[in-house]
Design a protein around this ligand. Structure first.
Ligand SMILES: [Ca+2]
Length: 281
């Protein structure tokens, strides 16, 4: 069974959320988890507020609200916040849907004296890339021929596959940082180039998790999903389905470099499958 229980947005590093709509099967709602850190370099405490401004009315936080007061960041410290967004599952492809995330920094706990405001535009693509004529599929790594298809750093496995009876690519060691590499990869020359892909977790013990998923090209971090992405808490299933991620590689149009997927994992396995490079002129 293939389903998407979550898709992870990419906006802190690149301002783009990329989702393969073909893999979203009747979820009803798309959920995105995002994490950002605020570094307070002053000696005074500050108070953080975030607001979603979406002219299309599609985007809210997961509780349906559009404004959240996140609390204090003590002077001289850095604090991380996890934001949960949602959007109704679109019935057609969505390209260039932009909403703004406003981050406000206040001097007081009553959120009245504004010190600083930053607007973060988030560009959204939810596209059936294989069937949308505007897009070209440059590469699909589905591992279903039973080989690593040029990837190194992991191991082919038949334990999980999006296509039944196939294969996927998993970490071969655990309890640490893993790096998968497609060496010397030639990206197409195009205005928009995305990587989209999926991972599934096989978490035999409660407390297993994956965190800090990073997509790199030529040694540079293109997109990172910081914090814990999927965790098996007590009472939760060992396998929780396929999770989708995307990365915007457009800045590297026409370049040759190592394409890398890096993540931290506890003593368990993450299976990657249906990695796809897509582009449009
Ligand atoms: Ca596969």
């Amino acid at each position: 069974m293939v389903y998407i229980s979550n898709a992870y947005g990419t906006f802190p590093s690149r301002g783009t959320i990329v989702v393969d709509r073909a893999g979203v099967i009747g979820a009803g709602t798309l959920n995105f988890i995002e994490y950002f850190e605020f570094q307070n370099q002053s000696t005074n405490d500050v108070y953080i507020e975030v607001e979603i401004q979406d002219a299309g009315g599609n985007w809210t936080f997961d509780d349906g609200t559009t404004l959240k007061q996140l609390g204090a960041v003590t002077g001289g410290t850095t604090q991380g916040f996890t934001l949960n967004f949602k959007r109704p599952e679109p019935t057609t492809d969505v390209e260039d849907e932009v909403f703004n995330l406003i981050v406000r920094v206040y001097q007081d706990a009553t959120y009245t004296t504004l010190q600083y405001e930053y607007t973060w535009p988030v560009d959204v693509y939810i596209v059936d890339f294989k069937n949308n004529a505007n897009w070209t599929v440059h590469q699909v790594w589905n591992f279903d021929d039973g080989t690593s298809q040029g990837w190194s750093g992991g191991t082919i496995s038949s334990a999980f596959s999006i296509q039944a009876g196939g294969y996927s690519y998993r970490n071969n060691t655990t309890n640490g940082t893993e790096v998968f590499t497609q060496s010397g990869y030639q990206l197409p020359t195009a205005s928009k180039i995305f990587l989209v892909g999926y991972f599934a977790m096989d978490m035999d013990s409660t407390s297993d998790y994956i965190k800090d998923l990073k997509i790199k090209f030529g040694g540079q971090v293109v997109t990172q999903f910081l914090g814990t992405l999927v965790k098996r808490d007590s009472g939760e299933p060992q396998y929780q389905g396929w999770f989708q991620f995307g990365a915007n590689l457009s800045d590297f149009s026409g370049s040759v470099g190592d394409l890398q997927i890096q993540f931290y994992i506890t003593s368990c396995y993450a299976y990657f499958d249906e990695l796809m490079i897509v582009y449009r002129p």
